[in-house]
Design a protein around this ligand. Sequence first.
Ligand code: SAM
Length: 284
Amino acid sequence: MRMNDTGILYLVGTPIGNLKDITLRALEILSEVDMIAAEDTRHSKRLLEHYEIKKPLISYHQHNAKGRAELLVQKMLSGENIAVISDAGMPGISDPGYWVVKEAIENKVTVCPIPGPSAAISALVVSGLSTDRFIFEGFLPRKKEELKRRLESLSHETRTIVIYEAPHRIKQTLRVCEDYFGLERHGVVARELTKKFEEIRRGTLAELSQYFSERQIKGEFCLLIEGAEKIEVEKAEWWNVITEREHVDLLISRGLSTNDAIKEAAKTRNKPKREIYNDYHQET
Ligand code: SAM
């Protein structure tokens, strides 16, 4: 590489468990770049040592992503090639990869994918749920109200839904999913993919919830939920596909006062007016 050339940003896929799940090209690029930006440098050192790759490492994680992205792009503008890797899988998928890509594009730095595994796609293809159309939800919101709104808006989704979940939340998430998608909706929990204790559990949400409630939960999880039947969606009331807040806002946009809109939405949804009122005003 000539000194004044701008460097390249490589987004390099790394294993989601099994260290052998890395491509020849990923190893080549990691061996050739000037620097590797890693979510957790200690964690990535193990992978790099395994493949005898010795390169300067710099941390690039959720808490320093924006500032670090600027620094990394400055380095690429002065000619360095940089690989970004995350703790597992494809950088940018539910981890901070996005910021450096955005910054690189704004500064006309070439961004190059080095594809590797991703937990979402690995879980989807073994789930047995429809792969024709799917949506990736990543981690669900932590805040109760936001979670409620998200699940409400997903409850009539016809595509397969892919969710990432932390071990300490999976039991609770399965329980709330039962409320919004129904006990009979099918789901799949893909645990510890590509690792020693890999487990792919399929069943109705009620069965999955029951199974995991009786066990100690360890490892990494993807939760997949089958899409709603089209017929089910067609039968559903129109307002089921919008949140309570959107319902009230829609009525306001049609000329109703806020109070009348809340009253009307409560009547249509067969819910106490106070509940809609509280929810609506809590978040404004
Ligand atoms: N960038 C990664 C990717 O491409 O899949 C995802 C990073 S995200 C911070 C980590 C989440 O991915 C975990 O909480 C879990 O939901 C999922 N995950 C990662 N490895 C997994 C595995 N081996 N089995 C099941 N889920 C996994």
